[in-house]
Design a protein around this ligand. Structure first.
Ligand code: FE
Length: 200
């Protein structure tokens, strides 16, 4: 069973309490509740021996589709909320900064590219560790269940309108600036250190 992780900070400069409360309390919590519901229903369907394998519509198809959407929704949002509440100081992530600099030339270069890519997705923009090649990579995903299997998110930015429309209207760029100003790089460093131990 999944459990709702509490918010570390209810509001940060540029992202209001109202936005955070709706985002965490309704949307993220909704993914947790739906993931648990789906897992229970899949268990019951498996036990019934009556699951229908139909690719147009079947209860099994709907549950399996919702399963990855809900569970990736949990993992990505937990990364997102965990990393909001810092001071945007990349010196607090020395190893991650060094890896970014080695791959992209400087931290600013990848942060700027990350933000540019975040303007071109409908859902998520994610810096991740790719354990197959042992490198940092950056990916976009229009939905929670779109991405590269096996990659571990280090910094996930939610760019669905619900993340910023109340505070920034359609100005996604100013929301992204607020995101980077509030990024807890020390937490990103912790995730990076754990992730880079994974090699496939
Ligand atoms: Fe979201």
């Amino acid at each position: 069973m999944y459990e709702v992780k509490p918010l570390t900070k209810k509001e940060v400069p540029g992202i209001s309490e109202k936005t955070m409360t709706i985002h965490h309390g309704k949307l993220y919590t909704g993914y947790v509740n739906k993931a648990n519901e789906i897992l229970e229903k899949l268990k019951a369907l498996r036990a019934s021996g009556k699951a229908e394998g139909n690719t147009t519509y079947s209860e099994l198809r709907a549950l399996k589709d919702g399963e990855t959407f809900a569970i990736n929704g949990i993992y990505l949002h937990e990364n997102y909320f965990d990393l909001l509440g810092g001071e945007g100081d990349s010196t607090k992530a020395p190893e991650l900064s060094a890896a970014m600099t080695k791959k992209w030339g400087s931290v600013d270069t990848i942060v700027n590219w990350f933000s540019t890519c975040a303007m071109a997705t409908r859902g998520w923009s994610i810096l991740c560790w790719d354990p197959y090649i042992g490198e940092l990579r950056h990916y976009n995903g229009d939905a929670h269940n779109q991405g590269v299997w096996g990659c571990i998110p280090i910094i996930a930015i939610d760019v669905y309108e619900h993340a910023y429309f109340i505070d920034h209207g359609s100005d996604r760029k100013s929301y992204l600036e607020a995101f980077w100003k509030n990024l807890d790089w020390a937490k990103a460093e912790e995730i990076y250190k754990k992730a880079k131990e994974v090699k496939l």
